[in-house]
Ligand binder design. Structure first.
Ligand code: KG4
Ligand code: ZN
Length: 335
């Protein structure tokens, strides 16, 4: 079954064709990084306009790369939630137009479910149940993936996402947008024991996160030093901050895995590209003889191949939408 998938939830327009949820026939991403870099973050209206400009040509290219026409496809999939509403609406409306014109079924896909599904492409034998740490720019979730289409939320951030904390810290250090990857690279040069960031404590749940305290701590440290004219080692600061965030993520994730008896673990989302998170999780899972599945770096960030992968399983489970499908800025991945 061949699915044309579209993704436009934030600042990347993406189109892909995926066969049977596991094989990429083509996958293209038009990044808007340069358009937003001058503002230091995503400007929603600019993002929507850029999606409008790119989506038709990118879809044509995805078909050409796979040497297919619309008639060779079985369905059209699109990310409908969560994300920037103006950005989502571009993808949803375009997909509806294609579905209407071609008569192909329309499959709505939740963005975070798609991130999880990136792992099905990379690991052909991977099947639920497993526990997944979903870490992106807007979400930090521990998810019990009970089947391809059933998810239970085990833990979540109460405030900022891990990606947001990385981006804010990077911005304060004057690093380029988007900051997470640049902070990761700078951290390699620093001493992770130079600064002591305390592990946050969240009342009422063993698995929930809070990143706002860590974020404020690093922002204050930088601002105070600047006011006093003192210099800080940014490589040391980046290394210490990355270590604090990574150890915190791993602590809650491993605790949830132990308590729920999961022996198969996955990570997903843009922050899954973090080199220290991948390294430390690999070590911890090795120590406890757990199977760890890491998505390849090109499937961690936003792409449409992951949308096509999840759409396959959603469609098999009977999910499709009519032409009244709407986009949602927020939606639980469990519904
Ligand atoms: O999943 P994603 O591409 O978009 C959302 O759905 O939000 O995630 C983007 C987030 C950004 O916060 C970005 O800085 C972060 O992923 N990120 C990283 C790394 N690469 C991307 N964070 C830490 N280390 C990285 N290597
Ligand atoms: Zn994403």
């Amino acid at each position: 079954m061949r699915i044309l998938a579209l993704e436009s939830s934030c600042d990347e327009t993406a189109a892909a064709i995926v066969s049977d949820g596991r094989e990429i026939l083509s996958s293209l991403v038009a990044s808007q990084i340069l358009d937003h870099a001058i503002y230091g973050g995503v400007v929603p209206e600019v993002a929507s306009r850029k999606h409008v400009e790119s989506i038709s040509a990118l879809t044509r290219q995805a078909l050409d790369c796979a040497r297919l026409n619309l008639q060779d496809l079985d369905a059209i999939a699109v990310t409908y939630a969560p994300g920037l509403i103006g950005s989502l609406l571009v993808g949803v409306n375009f997909a509806k137009g294609l579905s209407f014109a071609s008569g192909l079924p329309l499959v709505p896909v939740h963005h975070l479910r798609a991130h999880v599904a990136a792992n099905y492409i990379a690991h052909i034998g991977l099947t639920p149940p497993f526990l997944c740490l979903v870490v992106s720019g807007g979400h930090t979730h521990i998810v019990d993936v009970t089947s391809f289409t059933h998810f239970t939320l085990v833990g979540r951030t109460r405030d900022d996402a891990a990606g947001e904390a990385f981006d804010k810290a990077a911005r304060c250090m004057g690093l380029e947008y988007p900051g997470g990857v640049h902070l990761d690279k700078l951290a390699v040069l620093g001493d992770s024991t130079a600064f002591d960031f305390k592990r946050p404590c969240v009342s009422g749940s063993l698995y929930d996160f809070s990143f706002s305290g860590l974020k404020t701590a690093i922002v204050n440290l930088i601002h105070n030093a600047r006011q006093k004219g003192e210099s800080l080692s940014y490589p040391d600061l980046a290394a210490s901050f990355r270590e604090a965030v990574v150890e915190y993520l791993i602590f809650n994730f491993m605790r949830a895995a132990r308590d729920l008896g999961h022996r198969k673990l996955c990570i997903a989302g843009g922050v899954a590209a973090n080199s220290r998170l991948r390294e430390r999780l690999t070590q911890e899972c090795y120590k406890e003889s757990l199977h760890l599945y890491l998505p390849p770096l090109d499937l961690c960030g936003d792409n449409a191949a992951m949308v096509g992968a999840q759409a396959y399983f959603e469609f098999l489970a009977g999910s499709s939408a009519g032409l009244s499908l709407n986009a949602l800025a927020s939606a639980s991945l469990c519904d």
